[in-house]
Design a protein around this ligand. Structure first.
Ligand SMILES: CC(C)[C@H](C(=O)O)[C@@H](O)C(=O)O
Ligand code: SF4
Length: 474
């Protein structure tokens, strides 16, 4: 009998070109390399300097997402770029892709979008693959049972040149999420609660495998939301074993295998889930049935509370270090300890990002906007994760619901998730955001971010204050 193996171990071992030794990391073969305009320019410069080509342009795909404007198209159907920094980054990516033969979904293209939204949507992201990108939220693709993680720019260069990566083997951690979510509680609340419970360092050194009844019940889009934020819990990657939900999602997508090839792929993918009796180096647990909608009050994604809980008080913290961190976070956020966040005024609502900008997220948010108006003085940006999501949402009239309520319906991109484009939260203002990071200045200098689900964000948009979305459910 072979030793029972975890999902991670199966994918890892299947991609080993050379195992790790005490002196050298393992050499891992990479199935899919995604690139975007921010972390790729220096990698191409390096290739040019060394006279190297891209080893597998057919296993590489580029998109424009971080610095792209999301302003509506002009009368010619063009999204004009005015920021000089963005122009330069986008131009470089275009030039690099043309020179090295890499397919590119550029601004204005019908397939353009956030890198972690388009991979799955195109059927490029598949179970059992190794997937990398110069971007920390590459963990999103782990929802398909792929080993997917972010790499640095010099590693982007290595993968471009060799289609391989040097990597030390991470440890495994089972994340068991039992029970069922209650009404108004979503995948986003699972991951915010997990990180609040175990901290932003809870997963350091591990690859998470999410399992349990609550995970099995989730759609692919919900599983992506959870895997997306694995990195915010410190994990190297997050994975979910593929099942029928996974295969149904992939079937028929442009880059998915077709016909008999698809059947053969599914048969292979069915062997990936962790074997009975496989052991993990560590285990974390969470009970889905006990969860409430979550919101963050601080300046890292672990500083989260159930929406009806008071903001923690420094004197209740276990040690001096966490007291000091909380003091600093509350000073930045302008929040009082011991007071509830419920009812706190909100200036901006951002519904988007690779965490929560897919069709099901927009549908959830739309259910609160339908027949209602955005609260006076609140700016609401709804930003689909890709052009495909945008078209699908428009086909079912979601754009009209948002616009009639007084929200902005924008073009696809990272947008206000990070202050790298024109979509920013003004200094000192409060945003409820469906993105994944609430660091100081993340949404613009001085911006104050509260992370939450699309339902909680939509509830705040309608009421103008932090609101328990369960009070708005029909
Ligand atoms: C710009 C990019 C390198 C960065 C990342 O790695 O995650 C961004 O996507 C982010 O979310 O902070
Ligand atoms: S949407 Fe945000 S988190 Fe995702 S890739 Fe873009 S900047 Fe990073």
């Amino acid at each position: 009998m072979n030793k029972p193996r975890t999902l991670f171990e199966k994918v890892w071992e299947a991609h080993l070109v050379r195992p790790e030794t005490a002196e050298t990391p393992a050499v891992l073969y990479i199935d899919l390399h995604l690139i975007h305009e921010v972390t790729s320019p220096q990698a191409f410069t390096e290739l040019r300097q060394r006279g190297l080509r891209v080893r597998r342009p057919d296993k590489t795909l580029a998109t424009m997402d971080h610095s792209t404007p999301t302003t509506p198209r002009n009368h010619l159907g063009i999204i004009p770029v005015v920021d000089p920094m963005a122009i330069s980054q986008l131009e470089q990516l275009r030039k690099n892709c043309a020179e090295f033969g890499i397919p590119l979904f550029e601004l204005g293209d019908e397939n353009q979008g956030i890198v972690h939204v388009i991979g799955p949507e195109q059927g490029l992201t598949q179970p059992g693959m190794t997937i990398v990108c110069g971007d920390s939220h590459t963990s999103t693709h782990g929802a398909f049972g792929a080993l997917a993680f972010g790499i640095g720019t010099s590693e982007v260069g290595h993968v471009l040149a060799t289609q391989c990566l040097l990597q030390r083997k991470p440890k495994t951690c089972a994340v068991r999420i039992d029970g069922r979510l209650g009404p108004g509680v979503t995948a986003k609340d699972i991951i915010l609660a997990l990180i609040a419970k175990y901290g932003v360092g809870g997963g350091t050194g591990y690859v998470f495998e999410y399992m349990g009844e609550a995970i099995r019940a989730l759609s692919m889009e919900e599983r992506m939301t959870i895997c997306n934020m694995s990195i915010e819990g410190g994990a190297r990657a997050g994975m979910v074993a593929p099942d029928d939900t996974t295969f149904e999602y992939i079937a028929g997508r442009p880059f998915a295998p077709k016909g008999a090839d698809f059947e053969a792929a599914v048969a292979r993918w069915r062997t990936l889930p962790s074997d009975e009796g496989a052991t993990f180096d560590h285990e974390l647990t969470l009970s889905a049935s006990e969860l409430k909608p979550m919101i963050t009050y601080g300046t890292n994604p672990g500083m989260g509370i159930p929406i009806d809980a008071p903001v923690p008080r420094p004197e209740d913290m276990p040690d001096a270090r966490s007291r000091a961190a909380l003091d600093k976070a509350l000073a930045y956020m302008g929040l009082e300890p011991g007071k509830p966040l419920l009812g706190h005024p909100v200036d901006v609502v951002f519904i988007g990002s690779c965490t929560n900008s897919r069709l099901s997220d927009l549908r959830q948010a739309a259910q609160f906007f339908r027949g209602r108006k955005v609260a006076p003085g609140v700016r609401v940006m709804v930003v689909p994760g890709s052009q495909q999501v945008k078209r699908a949402a428009e086909a079912e009239g979601l754009d009209r619901i948002f616009k009639e309520a007084g929200a902005e319906w924008r073009e696809a991109g990272c947008s206000a998730c990070l202050g790298m484009n024109d979509d920013k939260v003004p200094p000192g203002k409060y945003a409820v955001s469906t993105s994944n990071r609430n660091f100081e200045g993340r949404q613009g200098p001085g911006a104050r971010t509260m992370l939450a689900s699309p339902l909680t964000a939509a509830a705040a948009a309608i009421t103008g204050v932090v609101t328990d979305p369960r009070t708005l459910l029909n």
